[in-house]
Design a protein around this ligand. Structure first.
Ligand SMILES: [Zn+2]
Ligand SMILES: [Zn+2]
Ligand SMILES: [Zn+2]
Ligand SMILES: [Zn+2]
Ligand SMILES: [Zn+2]
Length: 583
């Protein structure tokens, strides 16, 4: 019997069971992670979602849980292999030695095959996941995920875009080269760029134009080697500035003085560029960092969020409401444990990756406009499917076998009774090795630990070496001394020896910005950029501010969750101290 104390009067409640259940559910619960054995808390807010989605709360801590959904997606580990249908050489997410059936883009999207031909009867005496795994090895897989795009074959996760080369996670974009996470036009060597035009070698920009070596900035144009600028034009080697023009080293100059100085910086020489990059690194180290990068977002815990509300452990998100434990997510509502979600609106997603439009999706990978799906892989415009792979425009299918609505419901009930539809994503569902996926970027693990946790590992990577026709040492120092003849040459990366070429668009951009030819291969450039970006992790820290002019005596006592690890050298400020220090 529940006892309620009201103004000192003890009352016996007649609705004990309901209140008991609710109050138990609403309390945070501490459990031990099945992977890393650390204690973790299931927040009270989470129980309602799990109940509504009819799933069990995870037995994993946040980091182990997030890495599990991220391990579903191979971002940019690509290989050459032959299409298993037309035999042409195609770029592929699947290692040439892997046992999957891989079709090139045209063959996969053609009407020449039907996923239902691979349908099998559900066997209730065997685990469902085992049966899905068998289907995943039989049904043709799309070599790289490219949707509704022209001239974008050399990349992955590209949709509604034109003319992209060696780019990944690209949407509604045009002329994108060697870049990741882009919704913009004319970008090269950049990461997380939205509504921008002409950005080179930059990270995390929104609404910027004609800029290079710029990071964490909004609404800027012609800014270079700078960090955290907003509303600035023509700035060089600056940080934490607001609405300024013609500044160098945070000093105001006249227009003429600025133009004179900037000419010296952009003289096209590789040697000079190295000095500028060194200075840029120093500026970034000294700049004041806000604990998190939020634009018009309220009630959020995470990083790199825009126009979002009530996000918790959410990273690189735009326009999301009530999402938790997610990364790289756009236009989503009520999504828990998701990676690579959007651009079309999605809602009620659980433990899934690469979901483009749809609702009520659990434990799935690569669905395009699908709803009410459990344990599905690579579906297009399909609803009410369980454990299906590679279906297009289908409904009421289980293990790629067609049923009537009534039959489907009956088998679904059996699966529910067995608890098969309430589970948290399993490593066995992923078609990629852990070190091929995004999980490895943010939560790197040793091979032995990867195998111990039930993931696969890929030993040999795709690396062409020794084909170079010109030594990097012999490259002209200045871009002015380079002509189109250079497009015929093959180079070896100074870091990893991998061979690479210069493409025509790249040369055009470099000439336009007066920047020298790169000495590192596109992959090494991508890794370096990834390192500039903070990981999808949070640490509880306190504000580093000791400014005497602020209202705190001694060190500021404000605390926050931040993606800056405690051992990083940057000054990380709370919102109020940061706002007092930016000009
Ligand atoms: Zn864990
Ligand atoms: Zn083919
Ligand atoms: Zn390299
Ligand atoms: Zn502070
Ligand atoms: Zn302060």
């Amino acid at each position: 019997m529940l006892i309620i104390r009201l103004n000192g009067i003890i009352k016996k409640s007649p609705v004990k069971s309901v209140i008991n259940k609710t109050s138990r559910k609403m309390k945070p619960e501490t459990r031990q992670c099945q992977n890393c054995k650390k204690d973790f808390t299931i927040e009270s807010e989470d129980f309602g979602f799990y109940e509504r989605m009819e799933v069990n709360p995870p037995e994993l801590c946040i980091e182990c849980g997030m890495s599990r959904t991220m391990a579903l997606r191979n971002e940019r580990t690509i290989y050459w292999r032959n299409c298993d249908k037309c035999k042409t050489k195609t770029l592929s997410l699947y290692h040439p030695n892997s046992s999957f059936v891989v079709y090139c883009h045209d063959c996969w999207w053609s009407d020449q095959w039907d996923g239902l031909d691979f349908g099998t009867e559900y066997n209730p005496s065997r685990p469902l996941l085992e049966q899905i795994n068998e289907l995943q090895r039989k049904v043709p897989r799309e070599a790289v995920i490219i949707v509704n795009s022209t001239n974008c074959d050399f990349g992955n996760n590209v949709r509604d875009s034109k003319n992209c080369y060696f780019s990944f996670q690209v949407s509604h974009a045009e002329n994108i080269f060697y870049s990741t996470w882009i919704i913009s036009k004319d970008c090269m060597d950049s990461h997380k760029i939205t509504d921008c035009e002409l950005t080179l070698y930059s990270v995390n920009l929104t609404n910027c134009y004609h800029s290079a070596y710029l990071q964490d900035s909004i609404s800027c144009s012609d800014c270079y080697f700078s960090y955290d600028l907003r509303g600035c034009n023509y700035c060089l080697f600056c940080s934490n500035l607001r609405n300024k023009s013609y500044c160098i080293n945070n000093q105001q100059l006249s227009r003429e003085e600025y133009l004179e100085e900037s000419k010296k910086i952009f003289d096209g020489s590789y040697k000079n560029l190295q000095n500028s990059i060194k200075k840029y690194e120093e500026i970034k180290q000294k700049a004041i960092r806000k604990f998190a990068f939020f634009i018009r977002s309220t009630d959020c815990v995470g990083n790199y969020l825009e126009n979002s509300n009530r996000n918790f452990w959410s990273f690189e998100g735009v326009e999301n409401q009530d999402v938790r434990y997610v990364a790289s997510i756009l236009h989503s509502k009520n999504t828990y444990w998701g990676y690579g979600i959007g651009v079309q609106p999605t809602e009620n997603i659980f433990c899934s990756a690469v979901i483009k439009g749809g609702s009520m999706i659990k434990n799935s990978f690569n669905l395009l406009n699908a709803s009410f799906c459990d344990w599905c892989d690579s579906l297009v415009s399909s609803n009410n499917c369980i454990a299906c792979v590679g279906l297009k425009k289908k409904e009421y299918c289980i293990l790629n076998k067609q049923y009537t609505k009534e039959e489907y419901k009956k088998i679904k009930e059996v699966l529910k009774q067995k608890g098969e539809l309430a589970q948290f994503m399993s490593p066995a569902f992923s078609v990629f090795a852990y070190n091929e996926t995004a999980a490895n970027d943010h939560f790197p693990l040793e091979k032995t630990e990867v195998l111990h946790r039930g993931y696969r590992w890929q030993d040999d990577s795709f690396l062409t070496t020794g084909q170079e026709t010109m030594k990097s040492e012999n490259l002209p120092d200045n871009i002015k001394d380079v002509n189109e003849e250079i497009l015929k040459e093959i180079f070896a990366c100074v870091k990893c020896r991998r061979n690479y070429r210069i493409i025509q668009d790249e040369l055009r951009y470099l000439k336009q910005f007066s920047l020298p030819l790169p000495r590192e291969c596109p992959q090494c450039r991508m890794f370096a950029r990834r390192a500039m970006h903070l990981p999808y992790r949070l640490w509880h820290r306190s504000c580093s501010c000791e400014e005497k002019s602020h209202n705190h005596d001694g060190k500021c006592l404000n605390e926050f969750e931040t993606s800056y690890a405690p051992d990083r050298p940057e000054k990380v400020y709370c919102e109020s101290c940061y706002n007092k220090e930016v000009y």
